[in-house]
Design a protein around this ligand. Structure first.
Ligand code: MRU
Length: 309
């Protein structure tokens, strides 16, 4: 099962809003459909957004649209994951958009397999690994970055346990990462976001691996909640790794200049369809955290494990 596929000149997406209870697909046959799917988080996760954006560009190209306009509109869909901008520019500058997008699709799979191979070297028999949000197959074309490392270690026969925190407010850890692990019988437990510090203090977590939406000078941007996990890991001397492809790096900018997406307050006001606060409550809902590089043990890429930049 692939997160996204190019079928009969349409982009087929698993509707991630419906998981884990329903497996439904959405077909995009215009670049505007792709923009809506990215904004509404039918497709989410930095590498998956990047490849979806690439096929959005292809749909604009097939329809004979002004490609500069298409590129600007797709880039305005979500501001933080750099893969989206990288992918749009790559298609914009290519002579054969369809061929290039299909190449990016295959590259994403190959890259994740390489990240998995390199990352599995840091996993030891008996490890309990915490991951935050979903940096799995669903956040990519397939296999995943952080969950790719876990998959690779598990399939090498290592005896590991995975802990997913729920990842409020949208619950990507609970809904997506737990589900992915269960599909392959990888031992997994769900915890509330607020429990990871306590479990580290009790020596119940001995590694953290997360994904990234952007890596730049000074650190890493990833899902909100990542910073709290990194601070707790640092305090309790738990190694904290980030797994990400080189397409997530911006070598020229400071991480502190990243635009952090602010999402609708209803994502916080409601939980599972129920309002959890007085009706008119003001909400702050940043979607991403900035993790300073001092808190990061290493970054697992397709070319090996490196220091943060
Ligand atoms: O808001 P989302 O679900 O798109 O955020 C996703 C994350 O923060 C992931 O951890 C990140 O994109 C890495 S995915 C390989």
């Amino acid at each position: 099962m692939k997160t996204l596929e190019w079928v009969d000149n349409k982009l087929k997406l698993i509707d991630q809003r419906k998981l884990p209870d329903e497996i439904e697909y959405i077909y995009c046959d215009s670049y505007e459909d792709v923009i809506i799917a990215i904004k509404d988080m039918v497709v989410r996760g930095a590498p998956a957004i990047g490849v979806a954006a690439a096929f959005g560009m292809v749909l604009g190209y097939i329809a004979g649209e002004d490609m500069g306009k298409v590129a600007d509109e797709i880039k305005a869909s979500r501001p933080t994951a750099i893969n989206l901008f990288w992918a749009v520019d790559r298609i914009y500058n290519s002579d054969d958009p369809i061929k290039e997008a299909l190449k990016m699709y295959q590259e994403d799979i190959d890259t994740n397999l390489a990240i998995g191979r390199h990352g599995s070297q840091i996993i030891e028999d008996g490890d309990t690994i915490l991951t935050h949000c979903n940096a799995g197959a669903l956040a990519c074309v397939d296999y995943g970055t952080a969950l790719g490392v876990i998959r690779s270690a598990f399939h090498q026969g290592k005896n590991i346990n995975v802990i997913c925190d729920e990842t409020r407010p949208r619950g990507q850890g609970a809904k997506l990462s737990v589900w992915e692990m269960q599909q392959e019988n990888i031992p997994v437990k769900l915890i509330p976001d607020v429990a990871s510090g306590f479990l580290m203090s009790q020596y119940k977590i001995n590694k953290v691996i997360i994904g990234a939406d952007r890596i730049a000078k000074g650190g890493v941007v990833n899902k909100i909640g990542s910073l709290m996990v990194a601070l707790a890991a640092n305090y309790f001397h738990v190694p904290f790794y980030v797994a990400a492809p080189l397409s997530t790096f911006d070598f020229d900018s400071s991480i502190f200049d990243t635009e952090i997406e602010e999402r609708d307050g209803d994502e916080v006001r409601y939980y599972g369809g129920c309002r959890i606060c007085p009706k008119q409550t003001d909400v702050i809902n940043p979607a991403f955290d900035i993790i300073p590089k001092e808190l990061i043990t290493g970054i697992i890429t397709e070319n090996g494990i490196i220091d943060p930049i």
